[in-house]
Design a protein around this ligand. Structure first.
Ligand SMILES: [Fe+2]
Length: 326
């Protein structure tokens, strides 16, 4: 498809995005010829040894420092491969497999997660408390509909993490200590192909998705702030395609602003949701010791509900540590 033909007289913003994805190879995502096996990146034994050594040398409150490229050369080389796969529009996601989660204490798992993810990029704070290693775990809130889904056992539709930020995390990692006994499966899909489909088949809805709309900041704002930030769904950032998508956070932003969702935006969001939910995706179950990494600007993720309740023994509850990297 010649993207420049899809919309007559595109705005400069749109033209930039069209040019950015025109040369991208999205073949596998377009055809659905992509499976979770293609995402796997095995952790060599030499990396496990390096991480073991680093974890053993640190104290209770200390994160291992594995920035030394000589002593931790296998980890550095693996992370280089990981980032190159995250940057590939044809993939944008990796499952690092083989971290020794089961034989580590919870503290050592946190250290391992922190050390490994700090090689991928600078860790970003995920809430007002400045947490960088965020526990995704059902905390059995009294009213799950009123809190962030990351502390419930509810399903999550396709979304970008932290989409309210002016610059959402480039990469998102989920380190699986334990998956749930039932449920908690993962799904990912490409938002680049969704954008391409919108251009080709629903060009009338594209313009409003390039405009700023209020995003619900999920309470992660200072007291003097309004709790919303203005952001588009699609934009170019420093020559890269940067998307952010979470239907309910945009609608929630209008609600917090005491404004109705504009009709054209409502129609565009409904159409985009249909496109996203109807296109190829990859489903997989994370298992203990796997580290799922995504390019948060080009790949969306979703989660199935899971069964954990107050009565589920702690050792059987789903426990995933989430990291956001700049
Ligand atoms: Fe998420």
């Amino acid at each position: 498809m010649n993207l420049s033909d899809s919309i007559a007289n595109p705005s400069p913003k749109l033209e930039l995005l069209q040019n950015l994805i025109a040369s991208d190879n999205l073949g596998s995502w377009r055809t659905g010829n992509i499976t979770s096996d293609q995402l796997l990146l095995g952790l060599p034994g030499a990396c496990v040894d390096e991480l073991d050594n680093a974890v053993a040398k640190t104290g209770e409150n200390e994160l291992p420092d594995i920035s030394d490229k000589t002593n931790f050369k296998h980890c550095h080389s693996l992370v280089q491969e990981l980032v190159s796969r995250l940057e590939s529009p044809a993939l944008g996601a990796v499952i690092v497999d083989g971290l020794p989660a089961e034989r580590y204490s919870e503290l050592d798992n946190r250290k391992l997660c922190g050390a490994f993810s700090s090689l991928v990029g600078k860790l970003m704070e995920q809430n007002k408390q400045g947490v960088t290693l965020y526990d995704v775990k059902n905390k059995n809130p009294a009213d799950p509909s009123k809190v962030r889904k990351s502390i419930t056992n509810l399903a999550q539709p396709f979304h970008t993490d932290g989409g309210w930020h002016r610059k959402p995390a480039k990469y998102v990692g989920l380190y699986c200590i334990r998956n749930a006994q039932n449920g908690g499966g993962s799904k990912i899909t490409s938002i680049l192909t969704a954008f391409e489909t919108m251009l080709k088949e629903h060009p009338e809805h594209v313009h409003t998705l390039l405009e700023n709309h209020p995003w619900d900041m999920q309470g992660e704002h200072a007291e003097h702030e309004t709790g919303v930030l203005l952001n588009p769904v699609f934009e170019a950032h420093e020559g890269q395609f940067m998307s952010r998508y979470y239907d309910s956070y945009i609608r929630g932003g209008y609600k917090l602003s005491d404004k109705p969702v504009p009709k054209e935006l409502d129609a565009a969001l409904l159409c985009l949701a249909d496109v996203i939910n109807g296109q190829p995706n990859i489903k997989f179950e994370m298992s203990s010791g796997q580290f799922q990494y995504l390019n948060n600007w080009t790949v969306l993720h979703a989660r199935e509900a899971f069964d954990d309740t107050e009565t589920t023994p702690e050792t059987q509850t789903r426990h995933v540590i989430r990291v956001w990297n700049h």
